[in-house]
Ligand binder design. Structure first.
Ligand code: OGA
Ligand code: ZN
Length: 380
C-alpha cells in the first residue's frame, strides 16, 4: 500500500490531502480535530465525544502532517497532536454498495432459514444481500402462523402496528384493505401513511393460489436513476413535491407526507414511496399538479416496465424480506376455485437490522463482502 499525506497550503492549511494507492481523499482540519483518538477528545470507554466540537476555532489549521506505515500523525494550530489509524480516515472498500438490478438479475439473492438462525456467517450473508439488492428470498420457513418469528428475533423487535404484530395477507369477505381481496396489487411500497414508515417487510407464504398470486419486484433505486437520466425534469419534480398518504378505518386515521423520490444532501436516492391506493396529494396549485401528474406517470411506467420487474412466485415455506425504502413490490391477481392463498406479513425496523449486520461484520471469522461483480450497477 502506497500512502502519501500533505497539508494543502492553498486552503490556509485547513485541509489535508491523503493519497492511498493513487486514490485521493481531502479532509478538513476540524473534521480531523473533532475525532482525534485520544482520551481528552473522545471518552476511551464509549468512544463518545468529550470536547464541544462546535466551540473549536473555525480557523483551526494543520501545522504538521506525517505518516508512518498505516499511522498518520497530525499537529493542529490549537497545540493539539493526534495519531490516527489510516483506516479510520479513508473509507474501506468493503462498504456495501447498492447493486441496482433489473429483470435480467440472474439469480435471486437467497438464504436458508435454519442456517441463518443457527449460523452467524449465514445470517451475515443474508443481511449483506438484503443491503446490496434490497431483498432476499428465504427458504425453509416453518409453516406455522408465526414461523418467521425466531429469525425476526435475531435482528430486533417486530414492529407492532394497528394491525398487530405478524398479520394475515389473505382474501376475506369484508376486506378493510385492498390487500385482503383477490385483486392484483400494483407495485407499491407498504404503508407510506405511517411515521416512521416500516423499514423492512417480511412476507411469508403459507399457501399460494393455484393460478396467479405471483409476486412482482422492482428496484426503486434503479427506476429512479433511469428517470433521472431519461427525464430529469420529472425526476426533479418527484424529489421536490411532497405528496400525502392516508389510511382510514374505524379505529385508525394515519397520515404522512413525503416525496415519491427522496434524496439525501448529496443528491443520492435514499427512499422511494409509491402507493396508489392510499396516495392523496393536497390541492397544490394546478400548475404544480400538472407537472407532478406527468412525472408520476413517467415513474409509474418505469416501475411497471417488465424489463425492470422480477416475478417470482412464493411457494409455501418461502419468504421475501424486502427493503421498504427501496423496493416496489406487488402481486398479480388470483382466483381461488379451491384452497386459500395465505401469506403472513411482519415489519422490522431499519436501525436494528443494520445494527445486527454491522455487529456481525466485527466478527473476524465472518467473510467480509467484496466489491460487486455484476455489471448491473447503474448509480451515477
Ligand atoms: C401487501 C402485499 C403481497 C401479496 O399486502 O401489501 O404487498 O403477495 N401483498 O399478497
Ligand atoms: Zn405490500
Amino acid at each position: 500500500m502506497d500512502v502519501f499525506v500533505e497539508i494543502i497550503p492553498e486552503t490556509h492549511a485547513r485541509q489535508l490531502r491523503v493519497i492511498v494507492d493513487n486514490r485521493e481523499t481531502r479532509l478538513h482540519a476540524l473534521w480531523l480535530r473533532e475525532r482525534s483518538p485520544d482520551a481528552e477528545t473522545l471518552d476511551p470507554r464509549t468512544g463518545q465525544r468529550l470536547i464541544e466540537a462546535a466551540a473549536l476555532p473555525l480557523d483551526l489549521a494543520l501545522v504538521e502532517a506525517s505518516c508512518r506505515g498505516d499511522r498518520i500523525h497530525l499537529a493542529f494550530s490549537d497545540g493539539h497532536h493526534a495519531d490516527f489509524a489510516l483506516g479510520d480516515l479513508v473509507p474501506a472498500s468493503s462498504d456495501v454498495i447498492h447493486e441496482h438490478w433489473d429483470a435480467s438479475l440472474a439469480e435471486l439473492p437467497s438464504a436458508d432459514f435454519e442456517r441463518a438462525l443457527e449460523d452467524d456467517g449465514a445470517l451475515a450473508a443474508m443481511l449483506e444481500s438484503l443491503e446490496r439488492y434490497g431483498f432476499v428470498k428465504v427458504r425453509g420457513v416453518p409453516l406455522t402462523l408465526d414461523g418467521m418469528m425466531p429469525l425476526v428475533e435475531r435482528l430486533g423487535p417486530l414492529r407492532r402496528t394497528n394491525w398487530g404484530g405478524i398479520a394475515d395477507v389473505k382474501s376475506i369477505a369484508d376486506a378493510y384493505d385492498l390487500t385482503m381481496t383477490q385483486r392484483g396489487l400494483e407495485p407499491h411500497t407498504d404503508n407510506p401513511y405511517r411515521d416512521p414508515i416500516p423499514g423492512y417487510i417480511w412476507l411469508h407464504c403459507l399457501s399460494n393460489a393455484d393460478s396467479g398470486g405471483d409476486s412482482t419486484l422492482a428496484d426503486g433505486f434503479m427506476a429512479a436513476e433511469r428517470l433521472r437520466r431519461q427525464d430529469p425534469d420529472a425526476f426533479d419534480c418527484l424529489t421536490r413535491i411532497s405528496t400525502r398518504f392516508r389510511y382510514v378505518d374505524d379505529s385508525a386515521h394515519l397520515v404522512s407526507e413525503g416525496p415519491l423520490i427522496e434524496l439525501d444532501s448529496r443528491g443520492e436516492v435514499v427512499r422511494v414511496r409509491y402507493n396508489n391506493r392510499t396516495e392523496r396529494i393536497p390541492p397544490l396549485p394546478p400548475e404544480q399538479l400538472e407537472r407532478y401528474y406527468a412525472a408520476r406517470r413517467a415513474f409509474f411506467a418505469l416501475i411497471t416496465d417488465p424489463e425492470l420487474t422480477l416475478t417470482p412466485k412464493l411457494a409455501p415455506g418461502e419468504m421475501l424480506i424486502m427493503d421498504n425504502y427501496r423496493l416496489l413490490h406487488g402481486r398479480t391477481a388470483f382466483r381461488l376455485s379451491q384452497g386459500v392463498r395465505h401469506l403472513r406479513q411482519g415489519y422490522v425496523d431499519r436501525d436494528t437490522t443494520a445494527s445486527r449486520r454491522l455487529i456481525l461484520r466485527r466478527q473476524p471469522s465472518i467473510h467480509q463482502p467484496d466489491a460487486p461483480s455484476s455489471s448491473l450497477q447503474e448509480s451515477a
